[in-house]
Ligand binder design. Structure first.
Ligand SMILES: CC(C)(COP(=O)(O)OP(=O)(O)OC[C@H]1O[C@@H](n2cnc3c(N)ncnc32)[C@H](O)[C@@H]1OP(=O)(O)O)[C@@H](O)C(=O)NCCC(=O)NCCS
Length: 208
């Protein structure tokens, strides 16, 4: 989180102006440091999940897991609670991914997110003289599979059972069961609806 981000966000949402300076800014920065430079390295799915739930206010199913070295991008626990950070049952987020929850992020059930995926929910408005930050929520519906190093941009909904190929940059909504690839992502195929019956095994308690 940059100072520019914080100030722009504070301007966009007056109720958060208090977080842009003083003790509250220090507290949020400390929380960010602990979350993304300490807790994310602790080799326990259960401990990391507990931190995201209790400290950041995320709603993460007990069977879901966020792998090591995930960067969670947030403005503060109040913002996370208000805008939402949900991960449904048995869904797994791969190692070294980036979950930007500044605009709200909902990940459904049995979602498989490969390593180093970036899901982004906020961006600077490049036409605004104040370079303000605009938040737009991202929704990843049930049974989506996202390949390694894909990027999902703000405001996108990835429909149920869809597949995002490795390295794709998703700029628009993806219809259910579509397979999309490339930069920007385009549909290259479809997934058979009848294949979407599995349940993922869920996260183990320790390691990874
Ligand atoms: C999306 C994916 C599942 C598609 O697999 P598939 O249905 O077997 O697709 P194919 O290999 O038959 O390729 C179909 C076309 O899409 C293209 N394509 C496949 N993957 C692509 C990608 N990541 N980026 C761009 N184009 C891709 C192929 O070149 C091919 O194009 P062509 O018809 O012009 O030759 C697979 O390519 C992928 O990205 N898997 C994710 C792998 C991964 O991240 N693993 C780590 C965690 S498990």
């Amino acid at each position: 989180m940059t100072v520019v981000d914080e100030q722009a966000r504070a301007a966009a949402r007056p109720e958060e102006a208090a977080a842009s300076s003083g003790p509250r800014l220090f507290a949020v920065r400390s929380l960010n440091y602990l979350t993304n430079h300490v807790v994310c390295h602790v080799p326990s799915f259960a401990l990391r999940r507990s931190w995201y739930r209790r400290v950041l206010g995320a709603e993460i199913a007990r069977s879901a897991g966020v792998h090591l070295r995930c960067y969670v991008w947030f403005y503060g626990p109040r913002q996370t609670r208000r805008d939402g950070f949900h991960i449904g049952a048995r869904s797994l987020v791969g190692r070294s991914s980036c979950l930007d929850v500044r605009g709200g992020l909902t990940i459904g059930e049995d979602v498989s997110i490969s390593p180093e995926v970036a899901i982004i929910t906020a961006a600077h408005d490049v036409e605004d003289p104040g370079f303000r930050v605009v938040d737009r929520p991202v929704v990843i519906e049930d049974h989506v599979y996202i390949g390694m190093r894909a990027t999902i941009l703000p405001g996108v909904t990835v429909g149920r059972g869809a597949v995002v190929a490795a390295g794709a940059v998703v700029t628009r909504d993806v219809p259910p069961f579509a397979i999309v690839a490339g930069v920007p992502a385009r549909q290259i195929g479809s997934r058979p609806e009848e294949a979407i019956v599995y349940e993922l095994p869920g996260a183990p308690a320790l390691f990874e």
